[in-house]
Write a protein that binds this ligand. Sequence first.
Ligand code: NAD
Length: 361
Amino acid sequence: TVVGVPRETSEGERRVALVPKVVERLRARNLSVVVEPGAGAGALIPDTAYVHSGATLGDPWSADVVVKVAPPSPPEIARLRRGALFVGFLTPLTDPGKARALADAGVTGFAMEAIPRISRAQSMDALSSQATVSGYRAAMVAAELLTRFFPMLTTAAGTVPPAKVLVLGVGVAGLQALATARRLGARTTGYDVRPEVADQVRSVGAQWLDLGVDGIEAAGSGGYARALTDAERAEQQRQLGKAITGFDAVITTALVPGRRAPTLVTADAVRGMRAGSVVVDLAGEAGGNCELSEPGKVVVAESVTISAPLNLPATMPEHASELYARNVQAVLELLTDPAGALAVDFGDEIVAGACVTGKES
Ligand code: NAD
């Protein structure tokens, strides 16, 4: 089986789907890898490193399995071979047109987002590996934009209190943001609508923001949150608006699969924050968690800086690619046998969950 690795073409994308270390492992499993020249450039991986690991340089689009990070563009879909497999992010819930276009092209598409979150699939969980990068980076962005210290300082010139950092939405990214902010010396607090998250928040040395008996609980299925009702949303915004005022930095990561991101921080809540405070909104791709966020931009409103960066994993392309490549490796191992032949079992829960084009295609 030949695996193709194209150069990513979407704007700002610096990641690559396979790194040389993983190419070596795939070669050991009798898979051939064809890498498009320059595919690793964004992640600072030269073509020669791929060649040393056993890949060949060439046209990746005629491969049996094409592996990518960003969803394929229409011209890229046109280059895929009928009968080929595609593995990558495919935004099946927010843009089902991609999966349809692949199916129409006779390609079987496996969406990284759709891999079920069961223990056997943990090594394939690219949402988690990339959210880890985003969460870490979000804490760094908050520290960078805040005009005050994160850590407590005791100096001859006086004592500086630690910054107070609140993370709203504590999934994988939120937990990493809490851990990172704490390593930088901030006093950290976390909040989520899934009550089971409280223990995880405490495990990274943060406080749990307890909104009391009126706190809204909204655990959904598969470890995700459900969307709130209008009344719940209004009540949550009111409660958070009061809670937010004491924090120097608020990092938001709240997402509900397939939906617009919920608004957690209203314009009023921003007005209640101290001048110089910061909001880092990780939900920009899904419309943002802060009413004043402009996805992809940094804006200042009421002397509060609001940043809604897009595609943070691409800002750390080496490690993000390395982690992603491990996820792709695990998927490829699921789709092939040890002799390197395609062996796709559509009866397998992970295969069936990840396949977004229907097995007939
Ligand atoms: P996500 O990116 O979908 O959402 C981020 C967080 O936002 C979630 O914790 C969610 O509860 C929260 N949220 C949604 N709406 C909210 C609202 N209105 N107010 C406050 N918070 C809100 O989540 P994720 O990071 O992908 O992870 C979700 C969970 O799945 C985590 O607990 C994680 O540990 C679990 N998980 C399990 C596995 C596995 O078992 N294999 C793998 C990965 C993640």
